[in-house]
Design a protein around this ligand. Structure first.
Ligand code: PFF
Length: 453
């Protein structure tokens, strides 16, 4: 891999900014801009937000650190990391769960990214109906429930993901994230300012930021926890795999904190864009997965030169989605390359074909397969629910117990302090949370959601 630093066979991220940009690149994506608003909207707004913040900082940040420690300390994929740190234990089973979760997420995520591609093309060709919110609503409904276009876009998105992956980790991702993330951020700030000028902006902000604690239910807690894991790309070994490419000088605590803060900031910006518009233009906050696709055109319509903004936005969102799907693909690719000794090319092909198969099923589950229900959920919703609300928190709980209780304390300390070269203010907090608050918190939310407490 050219002039990149290497450890063994592995290419490392070349620069400090590369580390932050790629980690944030993985975390920031459709989870912030598509999933966060619809989950917040369906789960009582402020009540959801309050729980979400709490989970990000008392569970999310410590678990990111746990994954970083495992990845950088072993220079392995998630499965190899567990096995290297506990050769005789059965902890590596959690690695398989992470790989399963990554495939489920890649499949349904690509469908939503496909919808973004459709909107991008509609914006570029000028056929997007910005001026008429209800016409756009009908058009989106027609599009998402049809068979052909959503599938084609899902497959096209996965093909794009494939092309980037095949070029290797350092080159493709690093270069792209460095430019993309700041641009997306600026665009979001502009849209926020625009939304704040809408007549019912204050209603939207109250909905999002004023917690009505009586609305906190087991379902709200579970959804907020699932969203925290999903948004931080946590609990499935993504951060472990990425950290395996970090240089020795990367400060893990600081990188974890920066990632959590920037990721949360983007979600808040998305909320400030969407909810004032929801109330001002008469949408329902509870629309579910289609919420932002209905509301955003109305937002763009309110800006002078709406089509230009929407083109730019959907382009950047496509790229932000790619930096996330690249990271989730990397979980199973690193696994297949390191454990099965497949070539990177073959591993990437396998990953893409599996996602194409399940992605097609997810895409069709809004239309011809909408009657196929498992546990009362469509395939798309099942993949989303099972990964975010079940697999990721379980993966996070295992990682926190593993790093908190099983892994040698000196190893944890040396990873967090660069082998004693600097102090980590976060270390005592992280260790405490990994031992107690994270596993107990996740267990309580689970038990609560199935009615046991
Ligand atoms: N965190 C990403 C987002 O918010 O869009 C989604 C994601 C990426 C989840 C990578 C899991 C993962 F491994």
């Amino acid at each position: 891999m050219g002039n990149k630093k290497t450890v063994g066979q592995r290419a490392l991220f070349a620069t400090k900014i590369g580390v932050i940009a790629t980690t944030v690149g993985s975390a920031v994506g459709l989870g912030n801009i598509w999933r966060f608003p619809y989950e917040a909207g369906s789960n009582g707004g402020g009540a959801f937000m309050a729980c979400y913040f709490m989970f990000i900082f008392i569970i999310g940040v410590p678990v990111i650190c746990a994954e970083f420690i495992m990845g950088r300390g072993t220079r392995s994929n998630i499965f190899g990391a567990y096995r290297k740190l506990s050769p005789k234990g059965k902890w590596y089973v959690a690695g398989f769960m992470g790989i399963l979760a990554s495939v489920l997420i890649l499949s349904f995520y690509s469908v939503v990214a496909g919808w973004i591609l459709e909107y991008l093309i509609q914006s570029l060709t000028g056929s997007i109906k910005l001026a008429d919110a209800s016409a756009n609503h009908v058009a989106f409904d027609e599009f998402s429930t049809s068979s052909f276009r959503p599938v084609i876009w899902t497959l096209s998105f996965l093909a794009l993901n494939f092309l980037i992956l095949i070029n290797g980790v350092a080159k493709g991702i690093e270069r792209m994230s460095n430019i993309l993330m700041p641009m997306l951020f600026v665009l979001l700030v502009i849209f926020c300012i625009n939304s704040l000028t809408l007549d019912k902006a204050s209603e939207g902000l109250t909905f999002l930021f004023h917690p009505d604690f009586s609305k906190i239910s087991p379902q709200v807690l579970l959804s907020a926890m699932g969203q925290a894991f999903f948004s931080l790309s946590l609990g499935l070994g993504c951060m472990t795999t990425y950290a395996s490419y970090f240089g020795e000088g990367t400060k893990l605590g600081r990188t974890a904190m920066t990632t959590a803060i920037l990721d949360t900031l983007v979600a808040i910006l998305a909320g400030i864009i969407i909810f004032p518009a929801v109330f001002s233009f008469g949408f329902s906050p509870q629309a579910g997965p289609t919420l932002v696709f209905e509301v955003l055109p109305a937002v763009f319509n309110n800006l002078p030169g709406g089509v230009v903004w929407s083109s730019l936005f959907f382009l950047l969102l496509t790229l932000a989605s790619l930096t996330s799907t690249i990271s989730m693909s990397e979980i199973s690719i690193a696994f297949m390359v390191e454990e099965w000794k497949l070539s990177r090319k073959v591993a990437t092909i396998v990953n893409t074909l599996v996602a194409m198969f399940f992605g097609t099923l997810c895409a069709l589950s809004f239309g011809v397969l909408s009657d196929v229900k498992i546990f009362g959920l469509t395939i798309f919703n099942l993949f989303d629910y099972a990964s975010s609300n079940v697999l990721l928190p379980i993966g996070g709980m295992i990682a926190s117990i593993f790093v908190g209780w099983v892994v040698d304390k000196r190893f944890v300390k040396s990873q967090m302090t660069g082998n004693g070269a600097y102090k980590s203010v976060l270390l005592p907090f992280v260790v405490f949370c990994l031992r107690y608050t994270a596993p107990a918190g996740i267990a309580l939310v689970f038990l609560n959601s199935i009615g046991l407490i």
